[in-house]
Design a protein around this ligand. Structure first.
Ligand code: 5AD
Length: 359
C-alpha cells in the first residue's frame, strides 16, 4: 500500500504542472519519499547498473562569455589549450584500453573545430573503435552542423539549457545568447536523432525555487534522453566571484547539495528511462555527493579521460575535481566505491532504453 504522501507525489508526476512541482520542492515533508521512489524507479528501468563515460575535454577556448563560467572569453587568465585529432584519438586509445565504450568530447565553443575537422575526428574514432558511442558536448551550432556531425557518426549530444526561465537565462548569459536559441538547438538535436541531453545548474545566482520548477517542467516536456544537473560553483575570475557575499546575486536555494539531489530525484520520476549523471560538480561540492545522487536515481558517472597535463586548465569553476574517482585511471577505485554502495560498474555503451510507450 502506498502512503498518502507517495500517492500525492505520483499523482503530481503524472500531470506535472509548474505549480505542483513547486509545491513538492517547497514542502520538505515530501523530500525523503521523492528520493526513495526515484531510486526505485531507476532500479526498475536500469537496475543497479551505473554506466561510465570517458570525458575528454577537447578545448578550453570559448567564444562565449557566460557570466558563471571559468573559461569565458573575457577571462584573460584562463589557460587555453585545444586537442587535435591525434591527441583526442590518444585519449580514446587510453580509454578503450581501460574498457570505456563511450567517449564524450566536451569543450568550449571553439571555432577551430569546424564541421570538417570534427567530422574527420568522429569518423576516425568510429573507424578505430567501431562499437563505441561518441557523445558531443560542444555548445550551440547550426542545425546543418548538427546534422553533418550526426551523419559522421556522433550518437549523442549534451547541451544543458542551464535555466528554462528567459529572464533568469539573461542574468547568467550575455545578450548574444538566448534561451530561445538554446531550446531551438535542443529541439533540432532531438529531431536529427541524437540521444539528447539537457540540464541545468542548481543554486545559480538569482535562482528562485520557481525557476527550478520551470526547469523540471521543461524537462518533462522536452523528454531528453539524458539530463545533467549540478550545483553552481563560483569561479574566482567571473562576475559571480563574490556570489556568496553579494545579496544582489542571492538565490532561494539554501542547501545546494540537497537541492541538486532533489532535482535528480524529481527528474528520475518524470523521466523513468533517462540517463542521469552524478556530476563532477556535485562530487566537487561534497564527498558524499555522488553516492547521494545515485541513491536518488542517477545512473551515470563521467570520469575524466583528458590528458593529465591539461586537466588543470579546463576549469569551469574553482576546485574542480579531476583526480580520485573523477579520474578515468582510477577505475578500480570507482568499481570498489560503487560496489560498496551496492551498484555495479557497467562499461558497456549504456544507450538510452526506449520505453514501451515511445517504442
Ligand atoms: N558551476 C557549475 N557548473 C558550471 N558549468 C559551467 N560553469 C559552471 C559553474 N561555475 C556547467 C554548465 C555547462 C557545463 C558544461 O558546465 O552547466 O553546461
Amino acid at each position: 500500500m502506498k502512503s498518502t504522501r507517495e500517492q500525492t507525489i505520483l499523482r503530481i508526476i503524472k500531470r506535472p504542472t509548474q505549480e505542483a512541482l513547486l509545491g513538492l520542492i517547497r514542502n520538505e515533508e515530501y523530500h525523503n519519499d521523492i528520493k526513495r521512489l526515484a531510486g526505485e524507479v531507476r532500479d526498475r528501468s536500469y537496475g543497479h547498473r551505473v554506466y561510465l563515460r570517458g570525458l575528454i575535454e577537447i578545448s578550453s577556448y570559448c567564444k562565449n562569455n557566460c557570466y558563471y563560467c571559468g573559461i569565458r572569453s573575457a577571462n584573460a587568465n584562463a589557460l587555453r589549450y585545444r586537442l587535435n585529432r591525434e591527441q583526442i584519438l590518444g585519449c580514446c586509445r587510453t580509454g578503450a584500453s581501460l574498457g570505456f565504450s563511450t567517449f564524450v568530447l566536451q569543450g568550449g565553443e571553439d571555432p577551430w573545430y569546424t564541421d570538417e575537422r570534427l567530422c574527420g575526428i568522429i569518423r576516425s574514432i568510429k573507424a578505430e573503435y567501431p562499437g563505441c558511442a561518441v557523445t558531443l558536448s560542444l555548445g550551440e551550432r547550426s542545425g546543418e552542423s548538427y546534422r553533418l556531425l550526426y551523419e559522421a557518426g556522433a550518437d549523442r549530444y549534451l547541451l544543458r539549457h542551464e535555466t528554462a526561465t528567459p529572464a533568469h537565462y539573461a542574468r547568467l548569459h550575455p545578450p548574444a545568447l538566448s534561451l530561445r536559441n538554446r531550446m531551438q538547438c535542443l529541439t533540432s538535436l532531438k529531431e536529427i536523432g541524437y540521444q539528447t541531453g539537457a540540464g541545468f545548474m542548481v543554486g545559480s545566482p538569482c535562482q528562485s525555487l520557481e525557476h527550478l520548477a520551470a526547469d523540471l517542467k521543461y524537462i518533462s516536456e522536452l523528454a531528453p534522453q539524458m539530463v545533467g544537473i549540478g550545483p553552481f560553483l563560483p569561479h574566482h575570475e567571473s562576475p559571480f566571484a563574490d556570489f556568496a557575499s553579494d545579496p544582489s546575486m542571492a538565490t532561494e536555494v539554501q542547501d545546494p547539495l540537497n537541492m541538486t539531489i532533489l532535482m535528480v530525484a524529481l527528474t528520475r520520476l518524470l523521466l523513468p528511462y533517462a540517463l542521469i549523471p552524478a556530476t563532477t560538480a556535485l562530487a566537487t561540492l561534497s564527498p558524499q555527493g555522488r553516492e547521494k545522487a545515485l541513491d536518488a536515481g542517477a545512473n551515470v558517472i563521467m570520469p575524466n579521460l583528458s590528458p593529465e597535463d591539461v586537466r588543470g586548465a579546463y576549469l569551469l569553476y574553482d576546485n574542480k575535481a579531476s583526480f580520485g574517482t573523477e579520474a578515468a585511471e582510477s577505475l578500480e577505485k570507482n568499481r570498489q566505491a560503487l560496489e560498496k554502495s551496492g551498484y555495479i560498474m557497467d562499461m558497456s555503451r549504456g544507450d538510452y532504453k526506449q520505453n514501451d510507450i515511445e517504442a
